[in-house]
Design a protein. Sequence first.
Length: 656
Amino acid sequence: MQKMSLLRYSLLVAAALVVAGCGSDGTLEVQIPSDGIAAAELESRFNAQIASVDDFQVHFDFEFEDRREESGITFRQHVVDDAGRTYKAAHYDHGTGIAVADVDGDGLLDIYFVNQVGDNELWRNLGDGRFENITDRAGVALGDRISVGASFADINNNGHPDLFVTTVMGGNALFLNDGEGNFTDISAEAGVDHVGHSSGAIFFDFNGNGLLDLFVTNVGEYTSDEIRTVRRDRTNEDLGEGTFTFRNAHEDAFSGHLYPERFETSILYRNLGDGRFEDVTEAMGLYYPEAFSGDAAAFDATGNGWPDLYLMNMQGHDVFFENQEGEGFVDRTMDYFPRSPWGAMGVAVFDHDENGLLDLFLTDMHSDMSVEVGPEHELHRPESIEWDEDFLRSEGRSIFGNAFFAQREPGSFEEIATRIGAQNYWPWGPSIGDLNANGYVDVFVASSMNFPFRYGINTVLLNNAGTGFMHSEFILGVEPRSGPMLAPWFTIDCSGEDRGHEICGGATASFSRWIQGVGELVVMGVMGSRSAVIFDVNGSGAQDIVTMEFGAQPQVLISDLPDRREVRWIQLDLEGVESNRDGLGARVRVHFGDRVVTRLHDGRSGYLSQSSMPLYVGLDTAESVDRIEVVWPSGQEDVLEGPIEINRTLRLVEGG
């Protein structure tokens, strides 16, 4: 066992004994729920992972360390009241995304953090793991809106990553980049400023004309028309004076799928090539309002060379649309994915076993809200759930838990999540990378709930040489997190305006474990992640992890892999010519030694996020690359013969 993990675990157990106490100013701090750290759960998971090390077929002797303070990043995500002091089981608590791109062309990847209350922030990479806040200069704060997701992509093929941001009833935003990291809002003239309960957004070229089209998912109406104005410092003290306005969430938001009048269809925008888009959802056969959709994935699932669309439903069965050679889409769900997770939230597409075919990994958050389980059941699908078909409305087609659809032959998928160790608890979305630089794709799953739930751990699935996944978050130092396990969630005055609040013992009190008090209480909630992105933060050659925390500051988890052994890798920066400039949709095969690894360049980087960054391939012990093959979205096939020098980034230009 590694010393750092043992130290963190010891500190965690000590911290778990603290339920309530006084802050530095004498105010009473109350943790909700009182057993929120769940030390027993973490101890069980910790021990189970240590006991599994003999089953690892891949390198795992390295760790991550949170170096946010050294990075200079001070961003803090702030939540709306309905995810805090007036908590409701509504979609506000799904949080926000995080995306990366080289916005100023200096060769370093910059980070865009998305917020609910206060500014979104763009942090410029200075090199060596340090960043500076350039939000004001860049003009991408959107501080007057509740933002949700972010996607970087080059919409006009000029070589600069542009930015699209989704919001809750504030109007979505599209920013054009001048190449130096200065952005201009073109949302209205582009025709993409939809006002709704938008969530994830992906760019892909559905009709093969070399321009990136845009698909925006809409969850459904989970807020009412009632507008609430609150002091910014009531819920988020460090925001200072001023007010913030948001729509109250429905008390029954989690049952929204039962009300057809609350449905909102997702939108497909076709890129017209002059900075404008048109809504072609119905014309292309994608009109499907019944899905409460938070995200989607575009990939060629049928093997015909055209990107299909997998639309997730967080409260019901998913929908798969087959691309009809750019002329439209047809619902082929029952032919390819007749069963799917009931509460699908996040998605990743990758080849997990090096058979050259792309697999589909879906995380299911909402099924895990159906029944409370202990740590001994967190890696298994629920044996039973408390909801009946009157609530599920899924025609008996639901999977309760994550799903992993392995592609066995072109267009043929087998669901194997439990068999390969791809189950976990409270997952939002997966981010994929090669954490030990051995060529196999690993997965980080942002997994948690915050106030008023107990602590939930982030999950690291280390690919065990294509045979399955090994749960590794404790082994790799990701859990227990090195920072505080608790954070102030909000302050209430039980002797004043909040005396009726249930925490103060009001008539609506329903959580017996909550500590009732008189006077001012600082309510503490557990920490938790919502999204993440994997990339080489500090230029070491190894992949690191940056998380989007809900109601807190991010984690900047830096890998010490280069300190443990020599890291061999190559990065591929694709530049389309006939295809879209980003090369989104390209499939790459890298040959080294006796192995061939396949990568899909789709930009997917985590829940609610799409990034613009090179493809990273770890090379294990290989001293060179023998061959690189690229199949571009246009159908053009390029081959680069080796030997190819490693430990560098190659720009691959279509046709040349």
